[in-house]
Design a protein around this ligand. Structure first.
Ligand code: SAM
Ligand code: SF4
Length: 348
């Protein structure tokens, strides 16, 4: 096992979480992410192979990365996904083997949840924005709600714990309070952890509009029409972006001695940024390191790797990228510029 110094940036943030986008292709067209016609896909030849992904993960794990999250695009579209998972789970660094999870729309997960779990994937985050078929079609432009639901349940049956559900609300599309409460009821009934994410300016169409964004505060207000919520102490949060709430039946009172039905989270990336505790770094499907979702620059690892760079040289490039990380995303500053890559090509 090779051990290198940890990935610490100039603000003292230690990086332990690597997000790997394994493809920029997707089976859905969620409006807040991609236009209905898709976007120009990355050329196949630029996409990292299984071995290349695992090699970069190995270098990162030697520098203290403890958690690897596979994302995209839709990671399930990658045919070698099980091999990628097995390759990364087998790595060892100073913190042991990394925990491998995935963010997915779950289309097709019913077929291979068991194989992914067997290969070492322990947890999944499934994106599900509505339980209504008509709303799903208008938001994601494909009639695939049933596939997503089958995928979520298959993940739980395969033994993935926890199964988290990520929801983005869009004004006038999937923001009816009764539908938002229904999502929480669904999650509580099945033991899934629901988290709402504020919509961020990362859509390929550059259509994000702050005045239309549904804030974390507003979402909590909708949920409180159906349940009592009590904020968990901040210490429970650590570097996790979600503010967590215990959920109890309406009228019981948030401080009642009864155990909560479950928890719900709000990730208010825009209105309450959590950049000060960020421990994430991202690798795109074409081998670029991004030190922030909103970075306007990237560090190319693919070209040096294909030209014969050693692991130490790749580690130096990764360290330099983290060293140049800015203190925050700057969405709320007047000179904010949306990055050229859309969310689907960065990896959420
Ligand atoms: N296709 C997979 C999925 O949807 O889970 C993985 C990739 S997707 C880009 C990762 C996450 O980013 C999803 O939970 C999605 O809802 C979220 N996302 C995409 N565009 C977003 C935006 N503009 N603002 C906030 N979250 C966004
Ligand atoms: Fe695809 Fe995920 Fe983007 Fe939706 S959010 S279009 S599922 S990459």
């Amino acid at each position: 096992m090779v051990t290198r110094d940890p990935l610490v940036d100039s603000y003292g943030r230690v990086h332990r979480d690597l997000r790997i986008s394994v493809t920029d292709r997707c089976s859905l067209r969620c409006t807040y992410c991609m236009p209905e016609d898709g976007v120009p896909w990355l050329p196949r030849a630029t996409m990292l192979t299984t071995e290349e992904v695992v090699r970069i993960a190995d270098v990162a794990v030697s520098m203290g990365i403890e958690e690897v999250r596979l994302t995209g695009g839709e990671p399930l579209l990658r045919r070698d996904l099980v091999d990628v998972v097995a390759g990364i789970t087998a790595l060892e660094g100073p913190a042991g083997s990394p925990e491998v999870s995935m963010t997915t729309n779950a289309i097709g997960l019913a077929k291979n949840a068991a194989a992914l779990h067997e290969a070492g994937m322990t947890r999944v985050n499934v994106s599900l924005d509505t339980l209504r078929r008509d709303v799903f079609i208008s938001l994601a432009k494909r009639d695939r709600l049933a596939d997503t639901l089958a995928g979520v349940h298959a993940a739980a049956e395969a033994g993935m714990v926890p199964v988290k559900i990520n929801t983005v609300l869009m004004r006038g599309v999937n923001d009816a309070p009764e539908d938002v409460v229904a999502l929480l009821t669904f999650a509580l009934e099945h033991g899934y952890e629901l988290r709402f994410i504020e919509q961020m300016p990362l859509d390929a169409q550059h259509g994000w509009d702050r005045t239309q964004m549904i804030t974390g505060e507003e979402i909590l207000g909708m949920l409180r029409t159906g349940y009592d919520l009590a904020a968990q102490p901040d210490e429970a949060r650590g570097s996790a972006p979600a503010e967590l709430f215990d959920v109890r039946p309406l009228g019981v009172g948030p401080d009642a001695g009864s155990p909560p039905l479950g928890t719900v989270g709000a990730i208010a990336s825009v209105t309450m940024p959590f950049c000060g505790s960020c421990d994430r770094v991202r690798l795109t499907a074409d081998g670029m390191i991004r030190n922030c979702l909103f970075a306007t620059g990237e560090t190319d690892l693919r070209t040096p790797m294909r030209e014969g760079a050693s692991d130490d040289e790749l580690a130096d490039l990764l360290r330099a990228s983290i060293g140049a990380k800015l203190p925050g995303h700057g969405i709320n500053q007047p000179d904010f510029l949306q990055p050229p890559r859309p969310m689907s090509a960065i990896g959420g």
